[in-house]
Design a protein. Sequence first.
Length: 83
Amino acid sequence: MVHAALGYLATADATTMTAVERARCLRELEQADAVATAARTSVLGSFAAGQDYAEDGDYSPCSWLIHRTQVTKGTAADHTGWV
């Protein structure tokens, strides 16, 4: 459901929204991002503590994120920084 909703918003024509609708959408996206950050931090913290990344031959959670999820080094560093 999350992917579907975000996919819809990514393809929606924001120029057809009113200013109020765009502002509400931005507020909701920021709140959703905050919840996603909290969830990612919780799971990634347990992943790191259990050294689960080693099962895939990686040497750190940051390395695992780069190699297994295709995020950039900066994004991986940001995500592990929250842990």
